[in-house]
Design a protein around this ligand. Structure first.
Ligand SMILES: *Cc1c(COP(=O)(O)O)cnc(C)c1O
Length: 397
């Protein structure tokens, strides 16, 4: 762990691996997209790879593409072979092995689609997969079967059928746009999608799941924010895993979204060698609060094919939550969840603070391990009730 990763200050990592001339175009998100690191050649021209990584890159081409924006690439520490940033985006040989417990569709989404692209698992809300492309690809992507366009399946969102399903399904009051990354769409296209959703009276709440503020903060333009604010109430869930990801550029992009009145939440994935410690998680959630982002979920890594080197035992997530609760701001603490393999939905996992429960009382422990008893409510004794009734009667005007 780099000591600076625990430092709450925000820094820019540019120009980093790029030259000062290229910096003139650094804040142009189209330049960032055009200059993504997406081949072995480009990667090796900037960074010394291990054999395990070189094998991973060569194998990634038919599974989940590699693509890294210059902005995010700059967070990689060239001196650190175990850098938590490179583990998230540079493929490794281990990705090529599917452990026996792993699945290509770990959350059972394909079997919960009434229309291709629309996952309807919970009674009142849907997950709308609007694109299969992202600004960069996370190696532990839960939708690697469809995302990036090189995997075993293709995402075929049926737009008109999906909108008609939503129109005739009044129990859906909440639509979550995800993918892929919806903020990769041009403003006018996103505007049309949000306008169509907003024209459905029973849809009360719309949110977008996006890692663009982290991978490509330059995309969060004032024009995008002006468009989004027309569609309130609109929430955005970002995805960040490590405090180094919260740079000055990211902080400013998140500030623009917050200033547009968009409530922001963060979803992290607990990853081995990336953020599997209380210190890193605490530094992350503190920086998120400084960016006006409320930590929302901490996910146990899904049983995605080729992810065993990135997954942790469930007990580590519980220890992290115990290390946060009581020790820091309540607003900073995410809910730890496991997406039930095969389609169970998000299941909350909590440390057990209730030591014992017997008729009449529970025994609790606090964050310091001290024991407290909380009794059930007592019944008012009959003679007290009578006496109070008498007092009230004599006091009557
Ligand atoms: C995560 C998810 C949602 C949203 O769940 P919340 O707990 O409301 O954030 C909705 N549908 C699907 C299929 C999901 O995976």
């Amino acid at each position: 762990m780099r000591p600076s990763d625990l430092d709450p200050s925000f820094i820019s990592h540019a120009p980093g691996y790029w030259t000062h001339e290229e910096m003139s175009r650094w804040s142009d998100y189209k330049w960032q997209l055009r200059n993504r690191v997406d081949s072995l050649n480009e990667l090796e021209s900037r960074l010394r790879l291990s054999d395990v990584e070189r094998a991973g890159v060569l194998l990634a081409g038919n599974k989940l593409a590699m693509s890294i924006t210059p902005h995010f690439f700059n967070l990689i520490d060239p001196e650190d072979p175990d850098c938590p940033i490179r583990r998230q985006v540079i493929p490794r040989l281990e990705e090529g092995w599917n452990a026996p417990e792993e699945l290509s569709d770990p959350c059972g989404e394909d079997s919960h689609m009434p229309v291709p692209g629309l996952v309807h698992r919970y009674p009142d809300r849907v997950l709308f997969l609007v694109t299969d492309r992202c600004a960069s690809y996370c190696r532990y992507c839960t939708r690697s079967r469809v995302v990036s366009g090189v995997g075993e399946q293709h995402l075929e969102t049926q737009w008109e059928a999906a909108f008609r399903y939503l129109e005739r399904t009044p129990q859906v009051r909440d639509v979550l746009l995800s993918g892929g990354d919806p903020l990769l769409f041009p403003d006018d296209r996103l505007d049309r999608i949000l306008t169509r959703l907003r024209s459905i009276p029973h849809i009360q709440f719309v949110r977008i799941g996006s890692r663009i503020p982290i991978f490509l903060p330059q995309r969060i333009t004032p024009e995008l924010c002006e468009m989004l604010r027309k569609h309130h109430p609109l929430f955005i869930s970002i995805h960040t895993n490590h405090p180094r990801e919260l740079t000055t550029e990211v902080r400013d992009a998140l500030g623009r979204l917050a200033d547009a009145g968009i409530p922001l939440g963060n979803q992290s994935v607990l990853l081995r060698g990336v953020n599997d410690s209380v210190e890193i998680q605490k530094a992350l959630v503190h920086k998120l609060l400084m960016c006006r982002v409320r930590p929302y979920y901490l996910y146990q890594c899904d049983l995605i094919n080729g992810s065993s080197h990135l997954r942790t035992p469930v007990s580590e997530g519980v220890e992290i939550i115990e290390g946060l609760r009581g020790h820091t701001t309540g607003y900073a603490i995410p809910q730890f969840v496991i997406d039930g393999p095969g389609g169970g939905g998000k299941i909350p996992i909590n440390p057990n603070y209730m030591v014992e429960s017997v008729p009449g009382k529970v025994t609790l422990r606090n964050f310091e391990g001290k024991i407290f008893e909380y009794p059930d409510p007592s019944m008012i004794p009959t003679e007290v009730r009578r006496s109070l009734e008498e007092q009230a009667f004599t006091a009557a005007p």
